[in-house]
Design a protein around this ligand. Structure first.
Ligand code: HEM
Length: 268
């Protein structure tokens, strides 16, 4: 694949989708494709714990689009394919959407602690260097076993998450509760990573696309190891009911990277 051509293609996707109203776009590339990228995180995926695994299905390019209107969403997905088909082939596409006021497939309120712009800047944006303003993205797609989870009583379900279905903190949660495992890594309160996933349903299967942005890719190693129970830690109870089936790490370049790939803009 000719890298300058790929850069022109992803820049044209970025330009067209960013100019369209009613869309939010996140665009990342496998970091070895970016000449100016900071050192890649050492072999983050696949990652194995005593009882669960996060696989790698690393692709070259990741595009996430969110839209208020389904028509806009479908238009944007068609445009991504049309603009990229000369250099890229589609490996995975997941269509999802908000459930109710923002619940995951197990019925829990998600995205409770909305990050402030200041938290996004401090946690997710690389502060300096050639890629200042870029962000490391983690993509993980989980299948959630609704049947197995439904056999738990509501209170037991809440102890798996560490929050009630409506988002209140559970009193005296077990150490294996999901939010305690995430916090053990230092990821509570949007301190280590900014989450931006969405639930999906496809061919009878439901799950969560977990997307996150972080300035420091080591945030992901710490978070994933805390959930997996690596190094003698307690594994996350959630991983008994949710299985990661694909995953990858990408670098979302800063805006000026896209702009400088425009014709006459000095493609390296
Ligand atoms: C199927 C997989 C997953 C499901 C269903 C899930 C679900 C949830 C739910 C329901 C909450 C509580 C609501 C909230 O605080 O917004 C939560 C919180 C959180 N999750 Fe997950 N999650 C999953 C995977 C992950 C992964 C892979 C990570 C990290 C790499 C992660 C990190 C977090 C963090 C940092 C919090 C907030 C903790 C806090 O500040 O209290 N989650 N998750």
């Amino acid at each position: 694949m000719a890298l300058p051509h790929l850069r022109e293609v992803v820049s044209s996707i970025h330009a067209e989708l960013s100019a369209a109203s009613g869309l939010h776009v996140v665009l990342g590339l496998e970091s070895s494709l970016l000449r100016e990228a900071p050192p890649a995180p050492p072999a983050l995926l696949p990652r194995q714990g005593p009882t669960a695994r996060f696989p790698s299905t690393q692709a070259h390019v990741l595009v996430q689009v969110s839209a208020e209107e389904r028509e806009r969403l479908l238009w944007s997905l068609r445009r991504v394919l049309a603009l990229s088909q000369a250099v890229l082939s589609l490996e995975e596409e997941v269509l999802g959407g908000r459930i109710g006021e923002g619940r995951d497939a197990f019925g829990f309120r998600d995205g409770l602690l909305r990050p402030t712009p200041e938290q996004v800047r401090a946690t997710a944006l690389i502060p300096s260097g050639a890629m200042a303003g870029a962000s490391w993205l983690l993509y993980l797609r989980f299948q959630q076993d609704l049947d197995l989870f439904s056999h738990l009583k509501p209170q037991a379900q809440e102890r798996v998450v560490g929050r009630t279905h409506d988002g209140e903190l559970v009193v005296d949660p077990p150490a294996e509760a999901h939010i305690l495992r995430a916090r053990a890594a230092g990821a509570g309160e949007n301190q280590l990573l900014i989450r931006r996933g969405f639930p999906f349903r496809h061919a009878g299967e439901e799950g969560l696309v977990f997307m996150a942005a972080a300035a420091d890719p080591d945030a992901y190693r710490r978070s994933l190891d805390a959930l997996l129970g690596a190094g003698g830690q307690t594994p996350d109870a959630m991983l008994r009911y949710a299985t990661a089936v694909s995953g990858g790490v990408y670098l979302a370049p800063p805006l000026n990277w896209f702009h400088s790939a425009a014709p006459g803009g000095g493609v390296p």
